[in-house]
Ligand binder design. Structure first.
Ligand code: GUN
Length: 282
């Protein structure tokens, strides 16, 4: 049976490390601060935002909450971002996505100062990752690297297969694995022979967005399997992109859903905020 990679435990450990660091920064007179902007009242977004603020509170990061009505214009939102860009007490700016249809997501992401882009979505952040320069990295893939490293998985020279090519997960995940000297293959909806390619993987990252898509036929004996999916089935139970019951006996390590990749995203957001404040101190 595969060893479980416990994202809850690893994220708790990271948050405790950050809490200690934030306390030390406070002694030096630095208060870490995250501005969280939510437009409208999408129920899932409200939960995410609440969890992000709770994590800030636990670690000792000040959070500024900016909740704007659904009818907010793009210009009003951009003005708010400019305000936070210019405010030296703000280290990170997070605009919760998705935004209402009348607001262009790209314009909003590009308005955030790259120095405060703790989500890592700005084209500058993505470009920096691509050419190996310092910058903020998208939280979910950064969290997966932490899961692998803290579980003792050596990435160097390994066959890494990433299934999914989204801007938030698949693409940055591939670049991060490459930065760790993995041999990386990116697969997507048009890939031919997906099963065969996945079966080559020492490290298989599943981010295809289809519940229980990855059966045991996709997994090599002893592979490390990372499940980025999160779905609710007919019985209202959470499941991932991986058919856990089938794959667990084949893999050497696997992330559960829930309790695997999910908790890491907020931990890495907190880590990016602390990193931003640290850079300000330099
Ligand atoms: N909506 C879903 N995931 C995310 C995320 O990681 N960051 C932001 N800002 N919005 C999201």
């Amino acid at each position: 049976m595969a060893k479980l990679i416990d994202g809850k435990q690893i994220s708790a450990q990271i948050k405790d490390e950050l809490k200690e660091e934030v306390a030390q920064m406070k002694e030096r007179g630095t208060q870490v601060c995250l501005a969280v902007i939510l437009v409208g009242q999408d129920p899932a977004s409200c939960v995410y935002v609440r969890n992000k603020k709770k994590a800030c509170e636990y670690i000792g990061i000040r959070s500024i909450s900016c909740e704007l009505p659904e009818e907010t214009t793009q210009e009003e939102l951009l003005e708010k971002i400019r305000e936070f860009n210019e405010d030296d007490s703000v280290d990170g700016i997070l605009v919760q996505l998705p935004l209402p249809d009348h607001i262009q997501e790209d314009a909003v992401i590009e308005a955030i100062s790259p120095q405060k882009d703790v989500d890592g979505f700005h084209p500058w952040s993505v470009g920096a990752l691509c050419i190996g320069k310092p910058g903020f990295v998208s939280c979910t893939p950064a969290g997966i690297i932490q899961l692998l490293k803290r579980s003792g998985v050596d990435i160097e020279g390994k066959e890494c297969v990433v299934v999914g090519r989204s801007n938030i997960v698949g693409k940055p995940m591939s670049l991060l694995l490459l930065r760790e000297n993995g041999t990386v293959t990116i697969c997507h909806s048009r890939t031919k022979n997906l099963k065969e390619i996945c079966r080559r993987a020492d490290i298989l990252v599943c981010a295809i967005g289809k519940p229980k898509f990855f059966t045991k036929d996709y997994v090599k004996e002893g592979a490390v399997v990372i499940d980025v999916g999160i779905h609710r089935n007919a019985e209202n139970k959470l499941c991932g992109d991986v058919d856990f019951a089938q794959v667990e006996p084949v893999a050497s390590m696997i992330t559960p859903v829930p309790g695997g990749v999910g908790p890491m995203t907020i931990a890495m957001l907190m880590s990016n905020c602390v990193e931003s404040a640290r850079r300000k101190e330099e």
